[in-house]
Design a protein around this ligand. Structure first.
Ligand code: TRP
Length: 335
């Protein structure tokens, strides 16, 4: 990392909630992989955050973490370039969260849009807990403990980064300048719908997972619904309503206008169009799938995954400890 010391620090995290899919890939991961070249990146698995909404049943937490590490490595997050770690292994996050909770007014937390939304959406779970309300405060600790200057997030997370800035300002005002104010890094993510045209989401059962075998991907594509107005192969098509076309836009940026023209003219059938898509998808996804198989083929792959994450934890801890020493000193809790 020595040579990287002048680079800006970037941090992002994701909850381990199950197999990552192509929506996650194009929405975030693809960008994370690119950012590794420019920034000193910290990427972490937010297992404590997963507990804020999923504390009742933790039976899948460990396997979700394992699978997330495999997903991350398979898409090209590189432990040589970036610090990949597990939130719960770096206890300093909890200490900073607790100290931030002393200075964060309740009103800031209540007004977070995600707080109101999630309470509406997750009515079946009791998330009216202390931990859930304080979740953005934990997120602020995650970010500020590494003094990250940029946080690549989706639009839904922008209020949390804003709150992080407010907490940093309040801390600096009360105890002296310790934290820089981080910026959200909103990159225009490519939007890929689910196989049924709705948003790709596990709860709709319309995902293509990064772990899906090529044959599974092919089957899912071949059964996608296209333009319902195209009854015969030579009927003119309407790409704007077609899920297969939405996939072409993401997987075949160069060839998409040709596909569009052929479809509108009715000179390509939907089956052929899907087959073309399959080969474009395979070009992108096969290397990811093969990387995954390469990891899984190692007889001791669990040891390998643990080693990757433990190295990352140690690196993260080093930075986190330094920040905490300053924080304790600034707040006079270093007696
Ligand atoms: N809250 C984020 C999510 O639900 C995950 C997360 C936790 C995070 N801590 C973070 C993202 C810090 C960016 C920075 O997706």
């Amino acid at each position: 990392m020595g040579a990287n010391t002048e680079r800006k620090t970037m941090l992002s995290g994701a909850r381990p909630t199950g197999a990552l899919h192509l929506g996650n890939y194009f929405g975030a991961l693809e960008n994370w992989v690119k950012l590794q070249e420019e920034y000193d990146c910290f990427y972490f698995i937010a297992d404590w955050h997963a507990l804020t909404t999923g504390y009742e049943d933790t039976s899948e937490l460990k396997s979700n973490i394992t699978n997330m590490v495999i997903d991350w490595l398979s898409v090209g997050l590189d432990p040589e370039k970036s610090t990949l770690f597990l939130q719960s292994a770096v206890k300093e996050h909890a200490e900073l969260h607790m100290l931030f909770s002393m200075i964060t007014p309740l009103s800031w937390l209540y007004r977070c849009p995600t707080y109101k939304d999630q309470i509406q959406q997750l009515k079946d779970r009791n998330i009216l807990t202390y931990g859930f309300l304080g979740y953005p405060c934990l997120q602020a600790a995650d970010i500020l403990i590494y003094r990250a200057s940029a946080v690549p997030v989706g639009e839904d997370q922008v209020p949390h980064v804003e709150l992080t800035r407010e907490i940093a300002r309040r801390f600096n005002y009360l105890y002296g300048e310790v934290f820089p104010e981080p910026q959200s890094l909103l990159t225009k993510a490519k939007v890929l719908p689910g196989t049924d045209g709705r948003k790709m989401s596990k709860s709709y059962d319309n995902t293509i997972a990064l772990s899906d075998a090529p044959e599974t991907v092919r089957k899912k594509v071949m059964s996608m619904v296209t333009d319902p107005a195209r009854v015969r192969k030579d009927d003119p098509g309407h790409p704007e309503v077609c899920t297969v076309f939405a996939f072409h836009k993401v997987f075949d940026e160069d060839g998409v206008s040709e596909t569009e023209a052929l479809c509108r003219a009715g000179s390509i059938g939907c089956v052929q169009c899907k087959k073309n898509l399959c080969s474009k998808m395979a070009a992108k996804l096969t290397p990811i799938y093969e990387k995954r198989q390469e990891i899984l083929r190692k007889p001791d792959y669990m040891d390998y995954l643990k080693e990757v994450i433990e190295n990352g934890n140690a690196r993260a801890r080093e930075t986190a400890e330094k920040t905490m020493a300053e924080v304790r000193k600034a707040m006079n809790v270093d007696w």
